[in-house]
Every structure is written in C-alpha cells, then in structure tokens.
Write a protein that binds this ligand. Structure first.
Ligand code: CS2
Length: 495
C-alpha cells in the first residue's frame, strides 16, 4: 500500500497551506486532541503564515509516522451517519521535547513564532489542588527549576520548557507572543499564566526571571482563556483502515474524532492570530461561562460514566452510557448537581445541550473507551468535582453523584486490598498510582482508605473538610466493594 505523502495524496482531500509559508505557531503536546482540534481549525483557516511547529513530549511514534508522510495525517470523522476523512497539512516541523529540548527553547524564543499553544493535559500544569498554584514539589518541577539552559542543563517538563522559552525570548529581543492553553482546566489561560510565572519566580533572577522579565510579560505576553471541545479517542487499527479505504493510501498517523467540534476563546492575541473564526471558532468574552458548561457538564459526567462503566465491565463510553443505572446517575449529576452551579452563557439552551451530550456519548462508531476517560483521574477530578460539590455542601445538600464519581475513581485506580475492580478499570492509567498506594498502605478500613487518599491533596482541603462529603464517599466505596457498583448507584439515587 502506498504511503500518504504530498505527492500521493489527492489535493481535494487536503486542507491547509501545504509546505509553503512560514511557521507562526509552536504547539506543545502533539497528541490526538491537538491534531483533531487546533490543527484542524488552523488548516481550515488556511493562512500561510501560521504553519505549526509540533512538539511531542516523549514519544517518537507520531513524529516518526508524520515525518514519513511529509507531516500529513488524516482526521477520520466518525459518527453513525457519516464517515469522513480529511488530510491536514499544517505542521511544518516536528520535535520531540525529551530528545531535543534545546531546539524547543530555540523555536519558543524565535520572534517569527507568535503563538505558543498547549495541549499538555491537566497533569502537565503541576497544580496544587488546594491553591490552584504551581506545585513546586511536583515530580520534574524541582529538577527543572535548577536547570540553567545557558550552562547546558536543560528542562524536561513542558512547563519548564515553556518558562525557559519565555525567559530566552525576553533575553533575545522580547518579541510579543500569545500563550494559548487548549487544555480542560478552569480558566486555562489564567492558570497557565500563574503556573509559568510561579515557575519563573521560583527559578529566580539568576535564571533571568528579574523585574524586567516580569514587566515584559505584563506588557507583551497574553494568555487568553479558551474552551475546547471535541471527543477524540486514541487511534486504533480501525482508524487506519478507514483512512486507507477512503484515501487509498496508508496513513500511520490517522486520528479518529467525533463530528462535533467547538472552540470558544478570548480575542487577546499579542502578535496576531489565524482567522480561526472562518473555521468556526467563536471569539467571546464569555469564555468562563462556556468553560463551566464544558467542565461541569461534559467532562464531569464523562468521569462518572467512565468509573461506573469501568466497574460494571463496560469497555466503551456508549456501552456504559447505555446502561440504565448509569444514565439515571448521569442525569442526576447533570440536572440536579452541576447545572444549577453554572452561570450560563447568554442564549445558551441547557436542555438541548444535555440531549446533545447523551447523543455524543452514544456514538458507537467512535467507540470512545471508558479507560481513556477514566485515566489521569487525580488531575482531572480537581477541575470537575470541587465547585459544584462545595456549592451544595454549603447549603446543607449532599452532592451524591459527585461523591460517587470520587468513590468510583478510588475503586478503579486505588482499590482497597482484596477488592478487584476488573479488567476495564485496570486499563485506566493513573500518574499518582504509586504515591496513592503508599498513602493507603496502612489503612485498616474503607474509611481510613478514603481518608488516606483524600489527604494526599488530590482534592482541595476546603472540600475534604466537609465530613458529609467524605462520609458519602466512604458509604459509596463500601457498597461498591461489598455489593457492587449497581447497589452503590441505587443507594445514591435514593432507590
Ligand atoms: C474527557 C475529555 O479525557 C476526558 O476525561 O472528558 O477528553 C473529553 O473527551 C474532551 O474534553 C471532549 O472535548
């Protein structure tokens, strides 16, 4: 089978500016989501000055596959009605941060690059769940703070690279730049600003973080908030086969995605931007409201579906969402616990949005996995659980489904000794698994187990201080272990 390249691919299936033109964007985090979201909007906007330098974190897989294909890859849009394949031609250079950190700093400092965008996952921001600030003790951060690129010691985390990249940019002329987070974080722009400036402050003046640097950031660097949305599972052999059937070419870098896509962002760009609005992006100063909708409705419910589904042996989101008890729990979470906590954007119709969510989760062709959504819970839950839960607890109500989500996460990823959450749960990744297991090693009861997990700082102190919340998680976890997830759900539903 012929490999996809600029020569072999049919021009009518290709979007983007091709090999011509300059690179204007450095994107940190060359994952599936970026390739089906920001890259697609940028390719559709078409501008020749906005080619992307894509920076993968550690893995060479995508970089090697795309390099062998002139940086092309296809996005395979999957829904029951239509399967559509488009080739994205917008990346012009690819780097692997773990192998080429010096090159990454160079491209970040290059004045020709006017936007630094990020999809580094929630874990990549190294946040303290209680303060929302950078956690200086987080693995990788302490080493990076001691790095001194000018003397040849280079950072290894994406956040460290971003910080030293900005420091170098300032030291070499200070061309203005926009840092654009495209991760699912509360106020992602404000958050990345706080994290990166917190890093620079801790790195200190001898790393170049002096008053002049902070003044420059104030004047010349913007950090717009943005709400990003598109369900993008990990590619499988079926994704590659679908691309091959449609294109008649082999594409080892194909990405699957749902048809739905949404991007709402603030129009605060320090040095220009592509005309993303021509590709459907919405520039708005109500990003905060859209982001609450996204995090507290789509993402929070996604976590609940993933953990209940995982414990019930359902490998996919559509299979989990199709279980009646899971749908009932999800509706209570959405309608009674989380929706009332949101100041909705103007003109927003919550009823339609919720029905659309259930449809999106029903996408069997896309086949998103419960193990994907259930992974990295310790970094996702702090963005999804605290605000709606606190709102209820403060008025004497118990956020039962939020608590059940936390119990489900514990049951799946740090199960108490003797309980087996099953194969689907075992496939969920958890970056803090080892430290969580250490924390619970001496627990002699489910209560002690839950308390030990919550004491690790995974959720903010303010929430953990509510004994009614902790009691609810304990009750749920006890039931999950002794009678199963369906019994726990039935009790939480008041049945
Ligand atoms: C999911 C998100 O990983 C998760 O927990 O909730 O990746 C979700 O699919 C996207 O945010 C959809 O935009």
């Amino acid at each position: 089978m012929t490999r996809m390249t600029r020569q072999t691919v049919d021009a009518s299936t290709r979007v983007g500016a091709g090999a011509r033109g300059r690179t204007g964007i450095v994107h940190l985090g060359l994952g599936n989501f970026h390739r089906a979201h920001l890259a697609v909007y940028t390719a559709l906007a078409g501008g020749g000055d906005w080619g992307i330098v894509g920076v993968a974190n550690r893995s060479r897989t995508v970089v090697d596959a795309m390099t062998a294909q002139d940086h092309l890859y296809s996005v395979v849009t999957l829904d029951p009605a239509v399967q559509d394949v488009g080739v994205i031609d917008v990346h012009r250079r690819l780097l692997v941060a773990a192998e080429q950190p010096g090159d990454v700093l160079d491209v970040l400092a290059d004045p020709g690059h006017r936007i630094i965008s990020l999809t580094i996952t929630e874990a990549g921001y190294h946040l303290d769940a209680t303060t929302g600030e950078l956690d200086l003790s987080s693995p990788g951060i302490a080493d990076d703070l001691a790095a001194r690129p000018a003397q040849g010691t280079l950072p290894s985390t994406m956040l460290g690279l971003l910080a030293y990249g900005l420091l170098r940019r300032h030291a070499t002329g200070g061309a203005p730049v926009t840092v654009l987070s495209c991760d699912n974080l509360v106020a992602n722009g404000d958050t990345v600003r706080r994290a990166v400036l917190g890093f620079c402050r801790a790195a200190g003046a001898d790393a170049g973080a002096d008053d002049a640097f902070f003044d420059w950031v104030e004047r010349s660097v913007t950090f717009p908030n943005s709400m990003v949305d598109r369900i993008v599972p990990a590619p499988t052999e079926t994704t590659r086969q679908t691309a091959q059937q449609v294109l008649g070419l082999e594409d080892q870098a194909a990405v699957p995605a749902e048809r739905f896509t949404m991007w709402v962002l603030e129009d605060r760009f320090a040095a220009g931007r592509p005309t993303w609005e021509t590709a459907g992006a919405v520039f708005s100063y109500e990003v905060g409201a859209y982001e609450m909708v996204k995090l507290r409705l789509l993402n929070a419910a996604h976590s609940l579906i993933a953990y209940l589904g995982g414990l019930d042996g359902r490998p996919t989101i559509p299979a989990a969402r199709g279980e009646e008890f899971i749908e009932r729990c999800t509706r209570v979470l959405l309608e009674q616990e989380n929706l009332p906590s949101i100041d909705l954007p103007r003109g927003f119709n919550p009823k339609n949005y919720l029905e659309q969510l259930f449809d999106r989760w029903n996408n069997t062709v896309l086949g998103d996995l419960t193990s994907r959504v259930g992974s990295d819970g310790s970094t996702k839950l702090p963005q999804r659980i605290p605000a709606p839960s606190l709102r209820m607890l403060e008025t004497g109500q118990i956020p039962r489904m939020n608590a059940l989500t936390v119990a489900g996460w514990i049951a799946c990823t740090v199960p108490p000794v003797g309980s087996d959450p099953g194969e689907v749960a075992a496939a969920m990744q958890e970056p803090r698994r080892e430290s969580l297991q250490q924390a619970v090693a001496d627990a002699t009861s489910v209560r002690e187990h839950v308390q030990a997990v919550l004491r690790t700082g995974v959720l903010p102190d303010e929430l953990v201080a509510h004994t009614a919340f902790v009691d609810e998680v304990v009750t749920d976890l006890e039931l999950i272990i002794t009678e199963g997830v369906r019994a726990a759900a039935a009790r939480a539903l008041g049945e």
